[in-house]
Design a protein around this ligand. Sequence first.
Ligand code: 13P
Length: 293
Amino acid sequence: MPLVHGTELFAAARKGHYAIGAFNTNNLEWTRAILAGAQEKNVPVLIQTSMGAAKYMGGYELCKGLIEATVKAMDITVPVIIHLDHGNYEAAKEAIAAGYNSVMFDGHDLPFEENLAKTKEIVKLAHAKGISVEAEVGSIGGEEDGIIGEGELADVEEAKTVAATGVDYLAAGMGNIHGQYPANWKGLNFERLQELADAVDVPLVLHGGSGIPQEQVEKAISMGVAKLNINTECQLAFAKATREYIEAGKDQEGKGFDPRKLLKPGTDAIQATVEEIIGWMGTKPVKLVPEEI
Ligand code: 13P
């Protein structure tokens, strides 16, 4: 069973100047599409649930069980990391208890000292069970599952302090935004990214990966981003393909209304998106879980 934590994989990615994709799942179709894309490209993949998606799907145990069983049913051989995206303190503890391989504790909206203290606690709890931890400094702009971030650049000293807690990867505000980028978006702040990359060795996480031009993604990866988070891009691809199917009247032809037919174009579109973005990241192909993990 190729379920693994992320510590060594992401450390190797930062060292090797490539990234590993972190894709949000929402249901069975999403899970299958993400896993199929990673298997097709023969690369490790991180599959993550936000707190909202986990609630929608029925809780952390269900999400973990669904992903684990799907990995098995699809004969997936590439390493798969099951991760909690933007968890609060309680959610991080729940996901740890449910057996996720990796959790994000997002304390960016807490006073810094409290974010730091809680990050330390989650690191201790998670590492005791061999689970990796992502923390956040600065904030990611935009809205995701009701969490609204102003988009504040990460402070380099705070990044150093949080990195010293032993977190395995660090999400940092660098001009990135969740959801679709507005037409007047200024682009990633490469100056801040360089300062962060010079200050900390931990793999950096680029949230809000959807809609960032390919050359900016590639540049960020070359500078130290090792985890690229993608959610909206897959949602848009799914919605477009599903709309086209219905607008073409295919749901009214024969048994085109059967959900296994109706949801197929959208699912295929997610897989195609996953494969395209993996192609930008230079992820090293692997066949089996590295021995040491
Ligand atoms: P996008 O929806 O903008 O791709 O952001 C995903 C993300 O960062 C998940 O944490």
